[in-house]
Design a protein around this ligand. Structure first.
Ligand code: PEP
Ligand code: MG
Length: 760
């Protein structure tokens, strides 16, 4: 077994030499000015862990050939001994510098190996899920001195700007100093242009080195350099960390420079990169300690004063004051406050709660289910981890990550720059799954269109009852007694709905839309009966109370008992269509049986509207073949379907026990967030098989919250769904992931084919 590899003849295997070691080997091969050295491999670390022995003879042999290459003996020659892990663990392990004796080098290798298990490194691995057995190599390298004379110095450069992505060297230079002076932050360095002014030759050479490395690694590099008496040395290179915006710009630019293919450019960008580019975000959030964390329910970041009363958010907004509305949860009653606040923070509820759905549709940041918050509405304060935050205190919420911070943090605006549009155009050309938007208002439709949605896949009509008049009208309908009251209420609703549809159809500008007929969770729309002073209404409210409203008188069930509701909606759609032409389909929620679908088809007869089924009950999945015979399309409602498959209330599970399931590892993921492929996914696959056996060209999509979640999109692609429909702000990420999935599947397919052809 070989344990020591010189930079000249080492392999480039990262798992054996670590990142630093492998990159030094690569740079030496490329003929770049790297001080000579060798790597003591991960295998040596394994042996050391096992037997406590270091390969002393091999290290000594490598040292003597290093001396020969340098033409100097240790003593005249000093070496550095540094860690080189296969996964970046910056600053976690020990470094030994200036080693000048034969025995001290071996000792230093042992010291660095030992530091793999120091508490700092162990904690870092735990936090970043890095397995402990990947191990560690050690780099022993001839030292060069940036503090030798006036023509010496040290620096760190990126080959492109890591914040903006602009091409060209970006970094810092410290004349007459050692690398440690720069890293420690004790001295303020100058911009790298200082090197150009002092030593133009060395700067030019550095530019060339940067280009060579970018070309080789096809990525932006973060390079450590030292200049010793005018001579440039490169000590290290690695792929540089970058902001989301820079990642997008670099990927697009590199594809245009032909450093990357378009496909590789798409694979290079992560959903987080895209999210932080297009949404407002906290600048360098790692500098700040969060107060607590909840679910990242709607993207973006906001700062404002804490208010608990929705009405107060409205009053303060009129005075141009920014607020964060903090509530245990929200209901349609709070809608004006939600709309007036800059962001919403709730201690209860999950990703499908009222607050989450409404803020996502409004494009407003929100964090839901921050269960550590103890909210006291009477005293207008909340407590979290021993800290009390009162009304009027300033907080910042980051809906991209779910973190809550005390104080006003620096925020950076999201932008849709040309490189973003270019990336989306390439993604559109490479994906084949349709990306639709969920939108209930004209503004949300316009936003989905701006992000290039293929259509609107879910317009939840009950979410249009947000204004006080609309809320009053829907309550009047729910509480109506007798034909006269009912038809008066329906008349008002019809006018409101028609007006909404007209503005939505205008915003569509030719995009198709799927309008879901009413799926009223009654409890969300009614005042609490205890707050009602009118005894007649109180009595009516009491009669309407359901023990399990989410499994109660909602969806198509309401249309079976009161068909005039869906009739009113179909008429409102047709009236609006007469004013503004639109490609409209309707969709029936909560279907369990063919008879319900036929019933609604009867209501819509003659309307010319296509009628689809929301597949969100287990029975609908079991009867998929039968339903497919009559339905024009299917759309899986994975929020309700997950609720049904798990028998977990989507409203209560996240506030009560789900977090404990996740903490204890009983469940790996929150099934309301990430599609449960093994349970819900299998049920969907079965339903798809049965449906397509009846009607091979049936269009099938998904419109639950999972439709915008990166991992779940991969699963939907593999199931053969035609489209995913997610909230407008998730469309760019959905497009990116859809394209990435297509590319990966195509490549996997090619690899399989190659295996067959090479076998034959
Ligand atoms: C669903 O159940 O997945 C769905 C989209 O409908 P809603 O969330 O409105 O119940
Ligand atoms: Mg549903």
């Amino acid at each position: 077994m070989q344990y020591a590899y010189s930079f000249e003849d080492g392999c480039e295997d990262r798992s054996l030499l670590g990142n630093k070691g492998a990159n030094l080997v690569t740079m030496t091969r490329l003929g770049l000015p790297v001080p000579p050295g060798f790597v003591v491999s991960v295998e040596a670390w394994r042996e050391y862990k096992h037997s406590g022995k270091l390969p002393a003879a091999e290290i000594e042999e490598a040292l003597s050939s290093l001396e020969k290459r340098c033409g100097r003996k240790l003593g005249d020659l000093a070496v550095s001994v540094r860690s080189s892990a296969p996964v970046s663990m910056p600053g976690m392990m020990d470094t030994v510098l200036d080693v000048c004796e034969r025995e001290r080098v071996i000792e230093a290798v042992g010291t660095v190996f030992e530091s793999w298990d120091n508490p700092r490194a162990v904690e870092y691995r735990r936090l970043n899920s890095i397995p402990a057995d990947i191990g560690l190599a050690v780099v022993v390298q001839a030292m060069v001195f940036g503090n030798r004379d006036e023509r010496s110095g040290t620096g760190v450069v990126f080959t492109r700007n890591p914040s903006s992505g602009e091409r060209g060297l970006f970094g810092e230079y410290l004349p007459r100093a050692l690398g440690e002076d720069l890293v420690s932050g004790r001295v303020t360095p100058q911009a790298i242009e200082a090197l150009r002014a002092r030593l133009p030759e060395a700067y030019r050479e550095l530019e060339q080195v940067g280009q060579t490395l970018e070309k080789h690694f096809c990525d932006m590099q973060d390079i450590e350099l030292t200049v010793e008496s005018g001579r440039l040395y490169i000590l290290q290179t690695r792929s540089g960390k970058r902001s989301g915006g820079a990642a997008v710009k670099m990927a697009v630019d590199m594809a245009k420079e032909r450093l990357l293919s378009r496909e590789d450019a798409i694979l290079r960008v992560t959903p987080d990169d895209l999210r932080s580019m297009i949404h407002r975000h906290i600048e360098a959030p790692e500098r700040f300690k969060p107060l607590t964390r909840g679910l990242n329910a709607a993207p973006g970041a906001a700062t404002g004063v804490v208010v608990f009363d929705p009405q107060e958010a409205v009053v303060r907004a009129k005075k141009n004051e920014d607020t964060i509305l903090v509530r245990p949860d929200t209901s349609p009653d709070d809608i004006l406050g939600v709309s007036a606040a800059k962001g919403v923070l709730t201690s209860r509820g999950g990703l499908t709660s009222h607050a989450a759905i409404v803020t996502r549709a409004m494009g407003k940041p929100s964090i839901c289910g921050a269960s550590e918050l103890k909210i006291d509405l009477k005293r207008e304060q909340f407590e979290v981890n021993g800290q009390t935050v009162k009304k009027g205190a300033v907080i910042t919420i980051d809906g991209n990550t779910g973190y809550v911070y005390l104080g006003a943090l620096p925020l950076a605006e999201g932008e849709t720059k040309p490189e973003f549009l270019q990336l989306m155009e390439w993604a559109d050309g490479l994906r084949w799954i349709g990306i639709f938007g969920n939108a209930d208002t004209a503004e949300a439709v316009a936003q989905a269109r701006r992000f290039g949605a293929d259509g609107i896949g879910l317009c939840r009509t009950e979410r249009q009852f947000n204004s006080p008049q609309a809320l009053a009208a829907i309550r009047e309908f729910i509480l109506a007694e007798g034909k006269e009251e009912m038809s008066r209420a329906l008349g008002r609703l019809r006018q409101l709905q028609k007006d909404d549809f007209v503005s939505i159809f205008k915003a569509l500008r030719g995009l198709p839309i799927v309008i879901r007929l009413l799926d009223l969770p009654l409890h969300e729309f009614l005042p609490r009966e205890t707050q009602e002073s009118d005894p007649r209404l109180r009595e009516r409210l009491e009669r309407l109370i359901e023990v399990n409203p989410m499994m109660g008188h909602r969806g198509v069930r309401l249309a079976i008992t009161s068909p005039e509701v869906y009739r009113m909606q179909v008429e409102a759609i047709l009236e609006a269509k007469r004013e503004v032409e639109a490609d409209v389909s309707i969709m029936v929620p909560q279907v369990i049986t063919l008879q319900e679908l036929l019933w609604v088809k009867g209501i819509a007869e003659g309307s010319g509207l296509k009628v689809g089924v929301m597949m969100e009950t287990v029975r609908a999945c079991m009867r998929a073949g039968k339903l497919a015979q009559v339905a024009d399309f299917f759309s899986f409602g994975t929020n309700d379907l997950t609720q049904a498959v798990y028998s977990f209330s989507r409203e209560d599970a996240e506030k009560k026990f789900l977090s404990t399931y996740l903490e204890k590892g009983i469940l790996q993921d929150n099934p309301f967030q990430i599609l449960d492929e093994k349970g819900v996914g299998r049920l969907m696959e079965t339903a798809i098989d049965w449906a397509r056996a009846e009607k091979p060209d049936l269009v099938i999509g998904v419109c639950g919250e999972h439709a915008g979640e990166p991992r779940s999109i991969g699963a939907f692609y593999r199931m053969g769904l035609d489209y995913v429909s997610c909230s407008a702000f998730r469309i760019p990420v959905a497009k990116l992931v859809a394209a990435q999935t297509s590319i990966k599947e195509k490549r996997a397919h090619r690899t399989r084919l190659k295996m067959i052809t090479s076998r034959s």
